[in-house]
Design a protein around this ligand. Structure first.
Ligand SMILES: [Zn+2]
Length: 497
């Protein structure tokens, strides 16, 4: 093939892959926001069909040969080479899996998710347990097709965060266990108690929505290129910087659900919206799950839960909720939203206990994929680990083992990226402080300065580099969990000591 023919073939391949991704994006957005409950089985079949078609297409020997040829070209366009590399990484994961098994697995997963919803509503883990066991079994079989040696969980970890292994996550979580957990216990057992009943007052949905709309302006997210809707589990998805969609949920007796999940999703949304427009329609838009989460956590925690943020924006909240906020100062509000207490719910956890929730999930996944425990063992292990690390047990399985959608969506090895991303965010925070007076910028409402730093250093880099390479470029250092430990100790010492 001449270079022109090769480029044309690659462009055709890429455009077909992107068209499929766009279709799946639209279907899953619809499924989570608009589609009626009974539409699930038909949608599962259609998703299976479409996934099968694109699976077969990328596995065509001529396509694989084309991608391999691009990578071996001596003077290849670096963007095209990186893109081909990323496609091949994905293909190599699945190339030995028989098509029929792949399609069946996709359909099964769609149904598992559906059954989890019902099982959770009925607080009946036994109802979904066999489906969950099937997901794990399918994964283990697929991992055999990938002929990976070593611990099967390593492959799943690397799927979501390139380069990460049990060894590196163990080192990360052990550092948190050794250096953070004693501090968490000290805070929880200390004399300072913060009354957070303010957060559980009545906050009308409509008014919460007004505040979320205000936050969109504060963060400077462009709503001409975005959509906000409501869903049971807030999430963000986007196919290009001109089409980024995110959701929130409104709980009328718990204000943080919309405010902080809102800023969190806005962080993801800014990450996508500030991407390089020339990456539209390519596979170079995303770096990794951990890098993605570092951005949502950056906006949520390092900006949204900071004192300067509330010194600047509390007035608006008090204007919308005058009765609820009567007699409350910005400083007092800041302490209340940052109160730390043992909890069994990951999504509602405070910054200090959040990594512990992830550590529990990581430990259980490692045991499951190491074949050391079975699905039936999960509820009891889940509860006892909560007691050990967080000091209390969930009331029931709906509030415990069934609280998160991830496992029932066949997402394994994904949870750890949440804690890792938070720790990436802490290191980015200290790097940013070297050149930006963050507290002042936040209190002067100059969000564009922060946005620009993140855009230039992270968002616009998309998937050009592996997570560890990009991390090195941004911070000039290797990843170090001690930045997160330092940040949390500094912050919570101010609040509690
Ligand atoms: Zn997130």
């Amino acid at each position: 093939m001449t270079r022109e023919q090769l480029t044309k073939k690659f462009n055709d391949f890429q455009s077909r892959m992107s068209a499929h991704r766009f279709a799946m994006f639209a279907i899953s957005w619809d499924a989570s926001t608009e589609a009626p409950k009974k539409s699930a089985p038909y949608r599962a079949r259609m998703i299976g069909q479409l996934s099968g078609e694109i699976f077969a297409y990328q596995m065509l020997p001529e396509n694989i040969a084309m991608l391999e040829e691009i990578i071996s070209l001596p003077e290849c366009d670096p963007l095209m080479r990186r893109s081909a590399e990323k496609y091949l990484q994905e293909i190599n994961k699945n190339r030995n899996i028989p098509l029929a098994e792949f399609v069946t697995a996709r359909q099964n997963t769609a149904m598992t998710t559906r059954i989890w919803e019902e099982a959770r509503a009925k607080n009946d883990f036994a109802m979904v347990a066999p489906h969950l066991a099937r997901e794990i079994e399918t994964n283990r079989r697929f991992l055999e097709y990938r002929a990976s040696s070593g611990h099967p969980y390593n492959v799943l970890l690397d799927d979501h965060e390139e380069g990460m292994t049990i060894e590196s996550y163990d080192a990360f979580f052990n550092a948190l266990k050794a250096d953070l957990l004693p501090f968490v216990r000290q805070v929880h057992q200390g004399a300072v108690q913060i009354d957070d009943s303010l957060l559980y007052k009545f906050y009308a949905k409509e008014s919460q929505k007004r505040f979320v709309e205000y936050l969109i302006q504060v963060i400077r997210f462009d709503m001409d290129a975005g959509v906000l809707k409501v869903s049971a589990h807030p999430f963000t998805s986007g196919v290009s910087c001109n089409d980024v969609r995110f959701t929130v949920r409104y709980m009328e007796n718990y204000l943080p659900a919309s405010v902080f999940a809102g800023v969190h999703e806005l962080g993801h949304a800014m990450h996508s919206q500030q991407g390089d427009p020339s990456f539209e329609g390519t596979n170079l838009q995303r770096c990794s799950a951990g890098m993605g989460e570092s951005q949502s956590r950056f906006y949520e925690n390092f900006i949204g839960r900071s004192l300067p943020f509330w010194q600047t924006h509390f007035a608006k909240l008090a204007e919308i909720f005058p009765e609820q906020m009567e007699g409350v100062t910005p400083e007092k509000f800041w302490r209340i939203i940052n109160r730390s207490k043992p909890s069994v719910n990951r999504v509602e956890a405070d910054e200090l206990t959040y990594p512990m929730h992830i550590m529990i999930r990581y430990e259980l996944e490692k045991l499951l994929f190491g074949g050391e425990i079975k699905v039936e063992d999960l509820p009891e292990l889940w509860n006892s680990k909560h007691e050990e690390y967080l000091g209390l047990r969930p009331e029931n399985d709906a509030a415990g083992i069934m609280q998160d959608i991830h496992w029932y969506q066949n997402l394994w090895g994904y949870f750890p990226t949440y804690a890792l991303g938070t720790a990436y965010g802490a290191q980015f925070y200290y790097t940013m402080l070297e050149t930006i007076d963050l507290p002042r910028v936040i209190s002067e409402d100059k969000m564009e300065i922060i946005n620009e730093w993140l855009r230039k250093n992270i968002h616009a880099q998309g998937g050009l580099f592996s997570p560890s390479e990009l991390f090195m470029r941004v911070t000039g250092e290797e990843f170090n969990p001690q930045y997160l430990v330092r940040y949390l100790k500094e912050k919570y010492s101010l609040i509690y000591m």
